[in-house]
Structure formats: structure tokens, C-alpha cells
Design a protein around this ligand. Structure first.
Ligand code: UT7
Length: 314
């Protein structure tokens, strides 16, 4: 098989927006600290909507843009670290909502790098002939994991979802999804934890920051090498949206000057596994990237896990 390509993207964010001023009323923080240390101005917070609602909305939009119908999907992969239900999993629940018949449906949890892992497994399944057309979704209700009295976390995260329709390519076509570079440093796993029956997120912010700004650029560069392209040829860079300073540091280390760099963390906060498809979908919708453009996706975070690949823009 020639592999697979992304044919359409979609995203969804719940309507409620929390500003930095709103958070000043809850904890001892201020707009200047949040913008200068993290880069966030606003984040969306789900109120009545479940994780499955968010994922389904994003998937419906991607499906509508692809011109395909639910009948034509045979694989659904959802990347999330905020699923509450153990069974049915999120992917099966989304399949039921969309009316997808008999799909392979599974969830992946590699926290903030989840979307790139999910995209890779969908690509691998298509290459192996085990699927023809997939919905790959990143969806999170990070607000479920927040302690609204903890200023070190509640100002950072948000809720949302993004989705991609991925399908097999004709033999001989240039692959639309490049080889994945993935891995983890499990001995550093305690740096981001979401544990317990009523899980609350906590992180060793400075350790993760140091790891992200010193270890990841060579791995992102390797994803470009494996796709046979130089970083200078990238038209877009969509890293996990954890912190504007991390995004700008990795972009600078890759020597990106002309590429469009996703900075959706400003409007959406850190939405974990949803952040890459959410930011990518917005760039495409706004016309900042064009069909065929090479775009580097790179996820990183809890685990500490990472994954990235060069894809062709739908
Ligand atoms: O997506 C999962 C992967 N996670 C990441 O990639 C996170 C990476 N790390 C980061 O993005 C940053 O480390 C944070 C945004 C989490 C924190 O920024 P920082 O510049 O590393 O701040 P810090 O933790 O070193 O804290 C500096 C000061 C402390 O006060 P003292 O001890 O210097 O008096 C904190 O108590 O800032 C204080 N602080 C705050 N002040 C106002 C912490 N949170 C806040 C806040 N408002 N919300």
C-alpha cells in the first residue's frame, strides 16, 4: 500500500470562554503572569457537554468536509486522557452517535502526544490493509481534571476536540502521512500526573519545560528526515499547544522562518490530545495552509511521551 492521507479536518470547542480576568476572581493570578509565562488569553470550558459530545461534533465536521458518509468509515481512533467511562470506550460511543456500522473502534491514551500516536496507528492499519478509511479524533475535557483552587494548573488547560478523516491512497502516490517518530522517557513519568478516582492533574512545570525545550527539537527534526524533507521546506508546524514559549523555542531550533506556526494555545489553552487537530483544523479553515503543504505535527507531554510526523495538508 502507498499509505494514507488526511482528506479533511474538523474541530469543536464548547461555547463557554474563560478569560484570564475571570480566573483572577478564582485564584491569586493575573493576566500578565499567564500571558508572559504560558501565552494563554482564553480557554473554552465544557459545561453540559460530555467528552463524547465534543468528539462527535468534531468528527461530524470533519466527515462533512470530507464528503464521505458514516457508512464509509471502518476505523475510529480517539486519543484522550479524560475518558470517564471504561466501557463503551469513547471511539465506540462516537461510532454509535454517528451511525458508523461495524468499525474497529479504540481509544489511545498517551496524554498530550495522543493525536500523533492515533494518527500513526490509523496510518499503519491502512498500510496493513486492516482498514480503508478512518476517523482519528483528539478530544479532551481537561476541566474535569482541574482543581480550581490550584493556580499552577487551572489557568493552563481547556476543553475541545479535533478530528481528521484519513483514507488509503492509490499505489505509487506520495504518502500523505509520513513515518512516525515516537517514544517516551517513562523514568520521568512523575512529571505529569492525573491519578485517583476523582483525578486531578498536577505537573512539575519547570522539569517538563526543560525537557520540551532541550530534548524535542532533534526528534522533530528526525520526523522531517524520515519524511525526506528539510525543516526549511515545511509550510506549517503544529506542535502540541502547551506553552507559547515552548512552541517558539522548538520552532526557532528547527530554524523555521517562513512556516506557519500554530499558536492556538493563546485562544484555547492546553487541550492535551485535542490541541494538534484543533490548531491544525483552524489553520486550514482560515486558509493559512493550502492543500498539499507539508506540515510537521509534533505532540509531547505526560508519560513523558512524544510523537510526530510530517503530513500533507488536506
Ligand atoms: O501539556 C503537558 C506537558 N506540560 C508542559 O509542557 C508544561 C511545561 N511547563 C510550563 O509550561 C511552565 O513551567 C508553567 C507554565 C507550568 C509554569 O511556568 P514557569 O515559568 O515554569 O513558572 P514556575 O512554576 O517556575 O513558577 C514561578 C512562580 C512561582 O512563584 P515563586 O515560587 O517564584 O514565588 C509560582 O508560585 O510563579 C508562581 N505561579 C503563579 N503566579 C501567578 C505559578 N502559577 C501562577 C499563576 N499566577 N497562575
Amino acid at each position: 500500500m502507498s499509505g494514507s492521507r488526511i482528506v479533511a479536518l474538523g474541530h469543536y470547542q464548547p461555547p463557554k470562554v474563560l478569560s484570564n480576568d475571570d480566573l483572577e476572581a478564582l485564584v491569586d493570578t493575573n493576566d500578565e503572569w499567564i500571558r508572559s509565562r504560558v501565552g494563554v488569553r482564553t480557554r473554552h470550558i465544557a459545561e453540559g457537554e460530555t467528552l463524547v459530545d465534543l468528539a462527535t461534533e468534531a468528527a461530524q465536521k470533519a466527515l462533512a468536509k470530507s464528503g464521505r458518509t458514516a457508512d464509509e468509515i471502518d476505523l475510529i481512533v480517539v486519543a484522550t486522557c479524560t475518558a470517564i467511562e471504561r466501557s463503551p470506550n469513547t471511539a465506540a460511543a462516537v461510532a454509535a452517535r454517528l451511525g458508523v456500522r461495524a468499525p474497529a473502534a479504540y481509544d489511545i491514551n498517551t496524554v498530550c502526544s495522543g493525536f500523533s500516536y492515533a494518527l500513526a496507528t490509523a496510518d499503519h492499519a491502512i498500510r496493513a490493509g486492516a482498514a480503508r478509511r478512518a476517523l482519528v479524533i483528539g478530544a479532551e475535557r481537561m476541566s474535569d481534571t482541574l482543581d480550581w483552587t490550584d493556580r499552577t494548573t487551572c489557568v493552563i488547560f481547556g476543553d475541545g476536540a479535533g478530528a481528521a478523516v484519513v483514507e488509503a491512497q492509490e499505489d505509487g502516490a506520495e504518502p500523505g502521512i509520513g513515518p512516525v517518530v515516537w517514544g517516551s522517557e517513562p523514568e520521568k513519568g512523575d512529571a505529569v500526573v492525573i491519578t485517583g478516582w476523582d483525578p486531578v492533574i498536577s505537573q512539575q512545570g519547570q522539569s517538563v519545560f526543560r525537557w520540551a525545550t532541550t530534548q524535542l527539537a532533534p526528534l522533530a527534526r528526525r520526523a522531517c528526515e524520515q519524511a525526506g524533507i528539510d525543516p526549511s521546506e515545511l509550510k506549517g508546524f503544529v506542535p502540541h499547544q502547551a506553552n507559547l514559549r515552548i512552541i517558539d523555542s522548538i520552532a526557532a531550533k528547527l530554524g523555521l522562518t517562513d512556516a506557519v506556526v500554530a499558536r492556538d494555545v493563546v485562544d484555547s489553552g492546553n487541550t492535551s490530545a485535542a490541541s494538534i487537530p484543533l490548531a491544525f483544523s483552524k489553520l486550514v479553515e482560515r486558509g493559512e495552509l493550502s492543500p498539499g503543504d507539508p506540515v510537521l505535527l509534533f505532540g509531547f507531554g505526560g508519560g513523558l511521551a512524544y510523537a510526530g510526523q510530517v503530513v500533507r495538508c488536506p
